[in-house]
Design a protein around this ligand. Structure first.
Ligand SMILES: [Fe+2]
Length: 229
């Protein structure tokens, strides 16, 4: 993905998110220079990998296969062993109309996926085999706002604004906006995107960036390279 496109998507995404009355935290608006200057105080941002995460899953077709994410808060996965501490995370996301997030599951993370406004959020769901792979026959059962929903394998769950679904570890899911772009909330177990995403097809988790202009804001996947030293 070109950096200029990432910059554009940041501006468009910020305006879309604000149009629903949700505002991202102050560090969303730091420039790369500000980030460098505040690095010593920003360990919570760097360690938690908080911030902008705009991905085309490495395929270079953002409009068809992609997702806008901003990690607002995230705990420390090491705390899971003791079962105490900041064991939760929150993301705000945008699933554009007909823009697919590819089929995946998580090994550790349980996540509530919430339609916070806009179009319909459609999820395609499968249960997992005992070995973790997609079960193409078994029914898939998920809680949705306190009500159990049972769907056939590959069934579509349509969430209207205000509705949500709880995806426990193992549940395979793909999703996209239907009718219009959707503001999507995620409330989850503490999150490690480097290790906890299993995709059905070989895709990347982060975009490869072609630097054709300066970044307006850094992506989480930029931190290591841009803030080194
Ligand atoms: Fe997921």
């Amino acid at each position: 993905m070109k950096r200029s496109r990432v910059n554009e998507i940041m501006l468009e995404g910020d305006a879309f998110i604000r149009s629903f009355g949700y505002v991202m935290p102050p560090f969303a608006y730091w420039t790369p220079d500000e980030f460098r200057a505040r690095k010593a105080d920003a360990a919570g941002i760097l360690d938690g990998k908080l911030g902008w995460d705009i991905t085309d899953f490495g395929a270079g077709r953002f409009d068809a296969l992609g997702l806008f994410l901003f990690t607002v808060r995230n705990g420390n996965p090491a705390d899971l062993a003791s079962g105490r501490g900041m064991l939760y995370a929150e993301k705000i996301m945008i699933a554009r109309k007909d823009q697919v997030t590819p089929m995946h599951r998580h090994g550790v993370k349980a996540e509530d996926i919430i339609n916070r406004g806009g179009g319909t959020l459609t999820l395609e769901l499968f249960a997992a085999d005992p070995d973790g792979s997609i079960d193409r026959r078994a029914e898939v059962v998920v809680p949705s706002d306190g009500v159990i929903r049972a769907l056939p394998a590959g069934g579509k769950l349509r969430l209207e604004p205000g509705e949500s679904v709880t995806l426990l570890p193992g549940v395979w899911h793909s999703f996209w906006g239907e009718g219009a772009d959707v503001l999507v909330g995620e409330v989850s177990t503490v999150n490690d995107d480097l290790t906890d995403n299993v995709f059905a097809d070989p895709v990347g988790r982060f975009a490869e960036i072609e630097e054709d202009e300066d970044p307006v804001h850094l992506l989480v996947s930029d931190y290591e390279r841009w803030l080194a030293g």
